[in-house]
Design a protein around this ligand. Sequence first.
Ligand SMILES: [Zn+2]
Length: 124
Amino acid sequence: MVSSMSEYFFKKQIFNSYDELNTLVMRYEKYEKQKLFNRNRIPLREDDENSEENRNRLIYKTIRYECKFGKNYHGSEAEVRQTNYFKRNCPFFIQINKPLNAQVLRISTLNLAHNHPHVIRKKL
Ligand SMILES: [Zn+2]
């Protein structure tokens, strides 16, 4: 299943804070009934050209969101059994970086296509 989610995320999209990004991710999960996990988060360091205010606002230098059914998914055995009919290795990802000399977070690359149906059936 390929969905076009450009109303949520697109290349070079800019976020003025981690909160703004996180709010959109939660909205995406809720309305698209998918579950994303962030991986490889690297926090901004004190010596990274950033004021304390910027570090508190942006928090991360790099964040990668992947689908619950992405290749790095390691659920509990029960969870894996329960969801066994889903295809694995979902290619969905969103890679976000803080560009040099810009006090924002920006989507550098992404793939919004899931290879399985919605994963959340219960209410969030
Ligand atoms: Zn997926």
